[in-house]
Design a protein around this ligand. Sequence first.
Ligand code: HEM
Length: 403
Amino acid sequence: MTVDELLTGLYSEQGRQNPYPWYAGLHRLGPVSAVPARAEHRTVAAVAVGYDLVDRLLRDPEWTKQPPPGWEEQEILRAFQTSMMFVNPPEHTRMRHVFAHTFTPRRLDALRPVILRVVDDLLDRMADAGDTVVDFVADFAYPIPALVMAEFIGIPTAELAWYRERVERIDEFLDVAGKTPQRLAAANTAAQELRVFYRELLAHRRRAPTDDLLSGLVEALDAGGVELTEEELVSNLIVLFNASFVTTVYMFSNGLPLLLAHPETVAALPTDDALARGCVDEVLRLESPVHFLARAAPADTVLDGVPVAADDNVLIMIGAANRDPARFPDPDTFDPTRPGPPSLAFGVGLHFCLGAAVSRLEGRLALPRLLARFPALRVTETPTYSGSLFLRGIDELLVSTSG
Ligand code: HEM
């Protein structure tokens, strides 16, 4: 099959549900394939799927993120382009520095009891509900990252449902097939509403500071100790919270069916922390929540025999690289004790996920407790995936807590 046919298959409804046969087809063509000039998918010059090449491109600071044309006109794109995730050095270095300081090992340690409290409350509620069939996403996978990050940042939990609707509109626009005028308009409105929301919250923390991230940031901003404008601070908060929860929801919801298909793992997990770490990493490799990144070439170049012109974008398929048979023998098999290179689920290089340690800790603490409490947990219906390939995951997962 040609690249164009493989990409058409990948973007189809069937491909979105199960992209892996298409990724295997792309791997057979080589670590990178040119997208022909007249092909339907020529928004990028090439697609990279090989682990080593993807790793190299992401680590190379010369390969940059390109702002989309006309970004100044769109509220959502303005928010992105004034936040660390979407910009290049030196702006990236300056903004990341401010936030990297807030994700210290000490703060991570302080999150441990928060995570345990949130998880145990949710498990109590699931047990008390008495229903044996529950939606694992609504009752467990979604509230953990939402409540933990809301407490960490300082977002009132009463606002979370309102907030989530805005995040969904932004995520729909971010999908590869999401760039429709309707989705852009919805994402613009969502970004505008979130900006007003954060401005009010920051003003509130100015008047009545607490010990959350928002209070610390606004205090540092007002004291001139932070190299950020208030607009940039708000943009980064929008991106930070957005990045933190749907991804982690999918770590749990994509991971549970994989774990439950391995009864020996389920039985050992509650008392084996090393296994819990391995499970989290293997789930993220096999069912990565984020499948695509993109970078632009710094100059005319040739990647493994494929010419790429300066400024051309290359689609970097981390979801495919994580199943590269050259780096992960038997790549479709779940093996939490697998040796070998780390997965690229959190990216790598300059933009390596700022919250990787937070998500890993949430997974490592929550999954053993879940399976200790409900050892007979069982998926009752074959789940469907979100339909997005940028953020790929299960939005509803019915499970029986009593076997
Ligand atoms: C399992 C959960 C998660 C996954 C799979 C994930 C994935 C990623 C990936 C692939 C990137 C790299 C983007 C790029 O190179 O263009 C990234 C960046 C980022 N992530 Fe995560 N993420 C997760 C959880 C989180 C959490 C919990 C937070 C916040 C606490 C977070 C905040 C960020 C931020 C701020 C960046 C941008 C960093 C930069 O540009 O320097 N993520 N994430």
